[in-house]
Every structure is written in structure tokens, then in C-alpha cells.
Design a protein around this ligand. Sequence first.
Ligand code: GTB
Length: 217
Amino acid sequence: MTPTITAFESSPDRAQGLARDMRVRWALEEAGQPYEVRLVSFKAMKEPAHRALHPFGQIPTYEEGELALFESGAIVLHIAQRHAGLLPHDANARARAVMWMFAALNTVEPPILELQTAKFAEGDKPWSAERLPLIKDRIRARLDDLAVRLGDADWLDGAFSAGDLMMVHTLQRLKPSGLLDDYPNLAAYVARAEARPAYRRAFAAQLAVFTGAHPAG
Ligand code: GTB
């Protein structure tokens, strides 16, 4: 059964692929699975019909037959467990790939989200200018350690996995801040992932929502 995912009807990031439906699109493309997209407005996201799918009134969601999921991490894990291409066969390597998914979401993403909140939701507060450098230091501490662990490897643990997918999408959110520029191996890691055909197809599909164009092939 073809799954249906939800995405923003109008893209606040002007289709840079930063919204989290991109993780789900990318995972489905890596797995070679077709999908349908239902676009939702900010108003519709907060209405009961959408909240029945997503209690917090957000995107993305994933519906497949009787299964309805929210949370990009849970959705990507579901896709990765059900289809080849995103998790290794070896049980230990598979556990480590899942570990990297959690590391992206629980360890690397939180200070990055704090930066977004500080800039866009709290930027007008009198204490904002003092808080920003502290948050940036917390992000750099994570990037320092991640850069050491990645070293000159292509991916975090052997072949590309759902762990890399989640980590790369998390790091992409830093691009406007320039913080990634101080970490050439992490910047190259992100670029390597963005060059993957599956990423490019997913990116084109979400861009097409913004431009009204139809992605090629
Ligand atoms: N933990 C959840 C998950 O991983 O699925 C978080 C889901 C989430 O934050 N969804 C956001 C949303 O629906 C969209 S992705 N927000 C609307 C709301 O909460 O009312 C976050 C996002 C939004 C915008 C940009 N951007 O414009 O650059 C980037 C990312």
C-alpha cells in the first residue's frame, strides 16, 4: 500500500528542505518506495482531523493502511525496518545505526533547536544577545565531538544508514548560522549526503511544492 505523508502547504524555509517531511521523503526515496503527499496549512494542522493523526498538530505524519505515525524519527525507523537500504543486515551494525538516529535527535539536535528558538522566537528579548553565544558554544561542543568521531570516514558507521540520514538533516539546519563552516569534514559529510540521488529526488519533490513545478523523473 502506498503511504501518504503530510508536509507544509507553504514552505516557511522557501523549500530549502529543512522541514522534517524531508527526512521522510528522503528515507522513502532511499528505500525506493513510492509515496503520496497531503499538503496541510498551518490552520489545518491545528484542527481536530489533523490532531487525530498528530496530537501536537505538526508535520510530518505517515499513513499506511491502518497504521498512522507521527515523529520523523519513528517514521524513518519504520521505513528503514520495513525496506532494504537504510539499515545494515548485521544485528550489531543495525543497532549502531539506530543509535546514531537517537544521537542525532537526542544529543545533536537539541542545542540546534535552541538556536532557532533563540533567534526567531526570543530574538526581541533583552537577554537574547547574551544567550546566543552560550547556545553556540553548546552546539560547537557537539560538533567538535562529532567531527572527531567521523574523522575522514564517509559515513558514521560503515555504509550510509538511517543514522546518517537523521544526522545530516539535523546538521543542515545549521547552514544559515555558518557554524558548520569551521568543520570541513562535517560540511563535506553533509555535501556527500546531499549528492545522493535519493536525497536529490526528495529535495526536488519538496521544492516542487514551493515552485508549483513537477520534479523531473
Ligand atoms: N519531533 C517532531 C518530528 O521530528 O517529527 C517535530 C515536528 C516538527 O517540529 N514539525 C514542524 C511543524 O509542524 C515542521 S518541521 N511546525 C508547525 C507547528 O509546530 O505549528 C520544523 C521546521 C519548521 C520550519 C523550518 N523552516 O522554515 O526552516 C524548518 C523546520
